[in-house]
Design a protein around this ligand. Structure first.
Ligand code: ADP
Ligand code: ZN
Length: 709
């Protein structure tokens, strides 16, 4: 950025990015870098890591060099910077040699604030020489966990990056990541030679994500559809499934229900995958149905839900996948369905893998932890964070177990039946068969084995078939039963099951009452659709899409949802007012301000004329001699609404107060006095309270209108 008189960090945040204030540790990190220090930054996804290097790059002389392994993202990152008037470019293997030369020329003539570069490109001798000859404000090493061999995305190229410190000891470095346990952190510090750096560690929590996990009772597809339709109409989301076949199936099914759902898995051609990913990024309301192959490097901020139709195999995977929701910090859902079949499939997959014993043992523990989260009856977020070494003192209030605490029941006797059925049949059978025995099914297989003679035959009428399956799942999840490796999912008793079988240990389980689960507290439709202004919301989104299409960038690059939502809330009428909205910096104000004011103005006119019409109708009926209640009944509106219309009629001197609310003189005086006492009744609650609730808010509002006449 050039010729800015005040180039302080906060000023840049406000004028360039359009944000009011720094978040979390941003300020401290930026100050540290601006004064030349090195930093390691651990911040959850959506925490706002990027500005931590973008602002120092702008404020310090020279170009900020950002190393990232995600070359697919660089174009978008550069576009986003250019949108707000920051001079940015990238260098990676996708560029033609001319384009590359142009970038290098820009570097030499000091025309860039930011350069995104892949690690292998940065390490080329000729690149390092170039850096020697120009002014560099800082090195940012994004996705720093890639340097760790024990992390989950090891990149050998990253190890070379320690060279930066040796060769350019005076250029400050900042390493950033959202995922690093303490071992990985140590490795980053060591391998990137950051021992002298200051560490800025923020918690892992993603408070805007609502975690919800429920049992799959065989209709997960329908439940998914209901979830999307009821809670996320018009929203972008990701649906994860375990197999390619299932991905295709679910995508087709959602498409048949008039949603835009695109498949994404390793079996599709690169071209199709790219196309689908592109549409997901650029269009609104696209749902990607994917295997886990999708997601790395997806930086879309407005993914409103991540749904899992199968259980991931570890909490790490679950947290990473669900973490793709709500990067913009607006409310988002992590919604998961899991069932007995998931547990069996995952256990089998693990058992049949050729991995060394030690790896298998780790994988086994990870799966157990995942299962533990599913069966939990206490706050899910607390458990998740604890797993990642982060402590949350209070239950979060934003997960399903907090919002709708599951009931538990004494399952001791029922469990004994289930376990003893396993025992009586020689630990050779799978769940379906065991359930048939418990329910006393009359079939050939059971007769052939003589299992209609065992003591557990037909003793299980207290539960139905799917309830028994749920029970078995919980027992497997709790380690009371093991799924056999070679056998076809046959169940075996474990050591843990003995005390329960012997009646030495009671067992409390999650209640499986479908009915109460199904009527879950429903969050109304999409967060914006229910604000009563969905027409305006749509209009703003349409304008955003038009602008995005014209420039070939994703809609969120014009403005985030949060920015549009704030426009709806504050209804700015001038550029000045618009500039106060978060996410609108100087450049975007100039580029898009008028466009959005037009939409808001048009809507205001519509709104006003609709408003006058409905008020006018009320007043006419009133003049015809109907009272408020009668008008409400006739028009099918709430009495409060009618009183509001009448109050405005009073204000405009079109109807007399006395006719709307017949009050005695002393009553009227008392109300007027109270209103004067409390700031002219700007807020009516104190007035209402002062009068001890003797008069309704409707009456108070009418009197207030009469006073402002
Ligand atoms: P991360 O890289 O940590 O996942 P980002 O840097 O993408 O997060 O930031 C997440 C979102 O928060 C972005 O939309 C970003 O513009 C926004 N943001 C960052 N800092 C602030 C701030 N101080 N005030 C408001 N919004 C911010
Ligand atoms: Zn909770």
């Amino acid at each position: 950025m050039n010729n800015s008189t005040d180039s302080s960090a906060l000023h840049v945040l406000q004028s360039v990015f359009g944000y009011d204030a720094f978040r979390l540790q941003q300020q401290a990190i930026i100050d540290h870098l601006v004064t030349g220090g090195d930093a390691l930054v651990l911040m959850p996804t959506g925490g706002g890591k990027s500005v931590c290097y973008q602002i120092p790059s702008i404020v310090r002389p020279g170009v900020g060099i950002v190393v990232s392994p995600l070359i697919a993202l660089m174009q978008d990152q550069v576009d986003a910077m250019r949108q707000i008037g920051v001079r940015a470019a990238f260098l990676n293997s996708t560029l033609s040699s001319e384009a590359m030369r142009a970038v290098e020329d820009a570097l030499r003539s000091n025309e860039l604030d930011l350069l995104y570069v892949s690690p292998e490109r940065l390490m080329l001798p000729r690149m390092l020489d170039l850096i020697d000859s120009i002014s560099v404000s800082l090195f940012a090493i994004d996705e720093a966990h890639c340097v760790s061999q024990w992390g989950h995305d090891f990149r050998p190229e990253y190890v070379q990056l320690s060279v930066l410190h040796e060769r350019f000891p005076n250029i400050p470095r900042i390493a950033l990541t959202a995922t690093a346990d303490s071992t990985t952190q140590r490795e980053i510090i060591e391998r990137l030679a950051l021992t002298e750096s200051r560490q800025f560690i923020s918690g892992f929590d993603r408070p805007n994500i609502r975690y919800r996990i429920s049992e799959n009772s065989g209709n997960s597809r329908d439940q998914l559809l209901r979830f999307i339709r009821n809670e996320h109409p018009g929203d972008a989301g990701i649906v994860y499934c375990l197999s390619r076949k299932r991905v295709e199936e679910i995508a087709a099914w959602l498409e048949s229900k008039e949603l835009t759902a695109l498949p994404y898995h390793a079996g599709l051609s690169t071209q199709v995958r790219q196309q689908n990913q592109e549409r997901f990024l650029r269009e609104e309301a696209v749902i990607i149905v994917a295997t886990i192959a999708f997601g790395m490097g997806i930086d879309k901020p407005d993914v409103r839900f991540v749904a899992h139709l199968n259980m991931p195999k570890s909490l790490e995977a679950y947290y990473q996948e669900t973490g793709r929701a709500g990067r913009d910090n607006l409310p988002a859902d992590a919604w998961m369905m899991y069932g007995l079949q998931d547990v069996i499939t995952l256990k089998k997959m693990q058992a049949s893998s050729d991995a060394p014993e030690e790896i298998k043992r780790i994988e086994h523990h990870k799966l157990e932890a995942m299962l533990g989260l599913c069966e939990l009856t206490t706050c899910r977020r607390q458990a998740l964070l604890r797993y990642f070494g982060d402590e949350l003192n209070e239950p979060c209030g934003n997960c399903d177990t907090c919002l709708d605490p599951p009931e538990t029941w004494d399952a001791t006797t029922t469990t004994q039946k289930a376990l003893s059925c396993v025992h009586r049949t020689g630990q050779r059978f799978g769940v379906s068969y065991l359930v048939d025995i418990l329910l006393g099914k009359d079939n050939e297989r059971i007769r052939n084995f003589g299992h209609d003679k065992v003591s557990t035959y037909g003793i299980g009428n207290e539960l139905n078939q799917s309830e028994w399956r749920d029970l078995y799942r919980q027992l497997i999840a709790r380690g009371l039963l093991a799924v056999d490796i070679e056998g076809y999912g046959s169940l075996k008793l474990t050591e843990e099951s003995r005390p329960v079988l012997r009646g030495e240990q009671p067992l409390q389980l999650r209640k499986l009452s479908r009915k109460s689960r199904a009527k879950k507290r429903e969050r109304k439709t999409s967060r914006f659709a229910d604000t009563g202004n969905s027409a305006l919301w749509q209009a703003l989104r349409n304008r955003r899409q038009q602008l995005a299409d014209e420039q070939g960038v994703p809609a969120y690059m014009i403005f985030h949802d949060a920015t549009l939502a704030e426009m709806m809330e504050n209804r700015p009428e001038t550029l000045e007012q618009l500039s106060n909205i978060s996410g609108i910096g100087e450049r975007k104000l100039v580029d898009y301000g008028e466009e959005f004011l037009d939409v808001l103005n048009e809507y205001r006119k519509l709104d006003e004329s609709a408003q006058t019409d409905t008020e006018e109708e009320t007043l006419q009926l009133f003049r015809l001699g109907m009272d408020a209640d009668a008008i409400a009944a006739q028009r099918g509106l709430k009495a409060t609404t009618i009183y509001n219309h009448l109050a405005r009629g009073i204000e405009r001197n079109e109807v007399p107060l006395g006719k709307v609310v017949p009050l005695q003189h002393n009553q009227l005086e008392a109300i007027r006095f109270a209103i004067e006492q409390y700031d002219g009744g700007k807020r009516l609650k104190p007035v209402f309270d002062a009068l001890e609730g003797e008069f309704s808010y409707e009456v108070l509002r009418c009197v207030r209108s009469d006073m402002t006449r």
